[in-house]
Design a protein around this ligand. Structure first.
Ligand code: ZN
Length: 334
C-alpha cells in the first residue's frame, strides 16, 4: 500500500502533490493538485471519493457531503450526471468475489449491511482471515482497523481468537466497543467478559458511565451477575440497555423488581428495551422464559405500588401497554 501511494490516493493516476492534513495530521490525504481542489470544493468524482474512503474510512469531515455511491450530496458540486456516471465507484456486485476488494469496499461503508455480511460469509474463512490480517498490518488507522475487527466478528468465530487477542494489544488506539464486538464472537465467554470488564475498571470520571456499553455485545449472563455485584451511580437507562441483550429473562427480571432499587430500575428499563423491540445490535433482545400476562401485570403493578415515583409509575404503565407480544407468553394462563 505504501508504494502505491506515490500516486494520488483519490484518482490513483497522478503523482502526489499535496499532503492534506485537514482531517488527520497523523494520517493525511495524499493527493494530486486537481483532486485536492475537488476535495476542498466538495466535488470529488465518485471513484475518487471511494478510493479515499477505502483507505481512511467514510467519516472524515471532507468526505461527508457524499452519498454512499460516492456521488456528491451537494447540488453545487458542479459535477454533471455524465461525469458522475463515467467515474462511478464499484458496487458490492463488482467486489464481492474478491476478499481484498471487498475489504476496501467495506471500509468505505458507514455500516455493514445484511447484503455485505452475506458477501463476507460466502468467502472462504481462511482467505478472509488472511486478507484481513494482511490489511490490518499495513493500514494503521483506527477506522479501517475497527472495520477489520467487524469482518472478523462476522466471519470467524473461534478461528479469529488469535487475531482478536493480538488486537487487544492495540487498545486504547482501537476502541473498546470494536474489540468487545469481536471478542464476543471469537473468544471464550469468560475471557471476552474479563477483557471488557478490565476496560471499565480502567475508565475514570465521566467516561466510566459510557464505558459499560462494551458489555452490550457479550450476550452472557455473566454480565447480569456483574451488574448485581458492581452497579454504580448514575443509574441511567444505559444499565437497562446492556442488561437486555445479555440473556435477561423473566426470572431475573422478577428478582430485580422484588429487590427494589437500583436493580428494579434497571429491570424496567431492560423490559422497556425489549418491549420497544429496538436495538443497535443485529438481533433485538427478547425476553426469555416469559410469564403469562396476568403474572407480568401483577409483578409490575406490585413494584409500581412499592416505589411510587413518577419515573417508575410512567414506565410501568408504558410497559403494561406495550407488553404484547414481547414480554408475556399468550399461551400461559398464570
Ligand atoms: Zn488525484
Amino acid at each position: 500500500m505504501t508504494a502505491q501511494f506515490k500516486y494520488c490516493e483519490a484518482c490513483r493516476k497522478a503523482p502526489v502533490a499535496i499532503v492534506n492534513g485537514c482531517d488527520s495530521v497523523e494520517y493525511p490525504y495524499k493527493l494530486c493538485q486537481a483532486c485536492n481542489n475537488r476535495l476542498e470544493s466538495e466535488s470529488l468524482r465518485p471513484i475518487e471519493w471511494y478510493n479515499l474512503a477505502c483507505i481512511h474510512g467514510p467519516w472524515g469531515d471532507n468526505l461527508g457531503p457524499y452519498l454512499e455511491d460516492g456521488s456528491p450530496d451537494n447540488p453545487e458540486s458542479g459535477l454533471t450526471r455524465a461525469e458522475i456516471v463515467a467515474n462511478s465507484a464499484p458496487t458490492l456486485a463488482n467486489v464481492k468475489l474478491h476478499a481484498e476488494a471487498l475489504l476496501e469496499f467495506t471500509i468505505s461503508r458507514f455500516s455493514i449491511s445484511q447484503d455485505l455480511r452475506q458477501a463476507w460469509c460466502a468467502l472462504s474463512p481462511e482467505e478472509v482471515l488472511r486478507t484481513v490480517t494482511d490489511h490490518f498490518a499495513i493500514n494503521r488507522q483506527p477506522t479501517p482497523r475497527e472495520c477489520c475487527l467487524k469482518v472478523i466478528a462476522a466471519t470467524q468465530g473461534a478461528r479469529g481468537a488469535a487475531f482478536v487477542r493480538y488486537c487487544w494489544g492495540e487498545f486504547p488506539a482501537l476502541s473498546a466497543l470494536a474489540l468487545a464486538e469481536a471478542s464476543a464472537a471469537c473468544l471464550p465467554e469468560q475471557e471476552a467478559f474479563d477483557r471488557c470488564i478490565a476496560t471499565i475498571h480502567a475508565s475514570k470520571g465521566a467516561e466510566k458511565r459510557e464505558s459499560i456499553r462494551v458489555l452490550e455485545y457479550l450476550r452472557s449472563p455473566l454480565v447480569l451477575d456483574w451488574i448485581e455485584r458492581e452497579i454504580f451511580e448514575p443509574i441511567t437507562e444505559i444499565w437497562g440497555e446492556i442488561a437486555a441483550p445479555n440473556s435477561f429473562d423473566w426470572t431475573r427480571a422478577e428478582a430485580w423488581l422484588r429487590s427494589g432499587r437500583p436493580l428494579s430500575l434497571v429491570a424496567i428499563d431492560a423490559l422497556g428495551r425489549m418491549a420497544a423491540n429496538e436495538s443497535s445490535l443485529t438481533n433485538s433482545p427478547r425476553l426469555a422464559a416469559r410469564p403469562g400476562r396476568r403474572r407480568l401485570v401483577d409483578v409490575l403493578s406490585a413494584y409500581a405500588k412499592a416505589d411510587p415515583v413518577p419515573r417508575v409509575q410512567h414506565r410501568v404503565a408504558l410497559l403494561i401497554t406495550m407488553a404484547e407480544p414481547y414480554l408475556f407468553d399468550p399461551d400461559r394462563t398464570d
